[in-house]
Design a binder for this molecule. Structure first.
Ligand code: ADP
Length: 261
């Protein structure tokens, strides 16, 4: 009622879904989808009923990253999600193919997203992870306003230019009243498997903007995932590191993060 009086859209829950968690980034390429896929899988490994919604309509990664390529069926007028590693997944890539380009205007995008959210047999789920489109545009804002979201996780590399965009994401979520659960730092360092020497990947600048963002906005660092060529291959083969190598540093970071949420 209060929301309607303030002219904001009404937040409608997804039937049978207990919690919605957004995984977002200010910039593309920082590893948002990789994190979303691994977190959803980690929840499932920990015994939670997990779902994964690929809201990145223009670049759906979930079909490939979760190794799901079958045809989606409908039951009683609702789409049946495809499941792998115990995670129920839905993506526009299942409906139109993950290589077909999407050339849509804003209204069509929102209609398609509404369908992926509301016309799917999600229930029963303890947690639905939403792989958000990158940036802070119209779609991100509308999604944040339409769903009763438990919280958002921001993914960023420590590079100044990525942190600047991550800050915009933080500010957007704050504006629409979505709690920031924390930030996941990705691809910050490479650890040599032979000599264990660590190499910093990105220039963080003298301002150490990543650390500054955490302090300034009072946000927790949830995980620090190293860069690892095998993680990149995982994306192509559709085997999240949480499944392929559950004792690795990256998998442990994901599992610990999932445990605290
Ligand atoms: P985004 O969703 O932010 O665009 P992706 O998850 O698609 O980013 O990741 C971008 C690229 O970086 C992909 O090739 C992915 O496999 C790779 N990648 C992500 N995280 C890591 C990592 N920790 N180590 C190595 N490669 C990674």
């Amino acid at each position: 009622m209060q929301r309607m009086q303030r002219g904001l859209p009404t937040k409608k829950p997804i039937q049978g879904v207990a919690n919605i968690l957004l995984v977002a980034s200010g910039k593309g390429g920082v590893g948002k989808s990789t994190v979303a896929v691994n977190l959803a899988t980690a929840f499932s490994r920990l015994g939670r009923r997990a779902g994964l919604l690929d809201a990145d309509l223009f670049g759906p990664s979930v079909p490939r990253m979760m190794n799901l390529h079958a045809q989606v069926e409908t039951r009683n007028g609702l789409l049946v999600p495809l499941t792998n590693y115990g995670v129920k997944c839905m993506s526009m890539g299942f409906l139109i193919g993950d290589t077909a380009p999407v050339v849509w205007r804003g209204l069509m995008v929102m209609k398609a997203l509404e369908q992926l959210i509301r016309q799917v047999h999600w229930a029963p789920l303890d947690i639905l992870v939403v792989d958000m489109p990158p940036g802070t545009g119209d779609t991100q804002l509308s999604l944040s306003q339409l769903l009763p979201v438990a919280g958002a996780i921001i993914v960023s590399t420590p590079q100044d230019v990525a942190v600047a965009d991550a800050r915009k994401g933080v500010e957007m979520f704050r504006k629409v009243g979505i709690p920031i659960i924390g930030i996941i730092k990705n691809k910050s360092r490479f650890e040599c498997p032979k000599c264990r020497e660590c190499t910093t990947i990105y220039s963080t600048g003298p301002a150490r903007s990543f650390e500054q963002l955490l302090t300034e906005q009072q946000i927790s660092l949830l995980a620090d995932i190293p860069i690892d060529p095998a993680i990149s291959t995982d994306g192509d083969t559709g085997t999240p590191v949480v499944v392929r190598d559950p004792t690795s540093v990256a998998a442990q970071e994901y599992l610990c993060t999932a445990q605290t949420i």
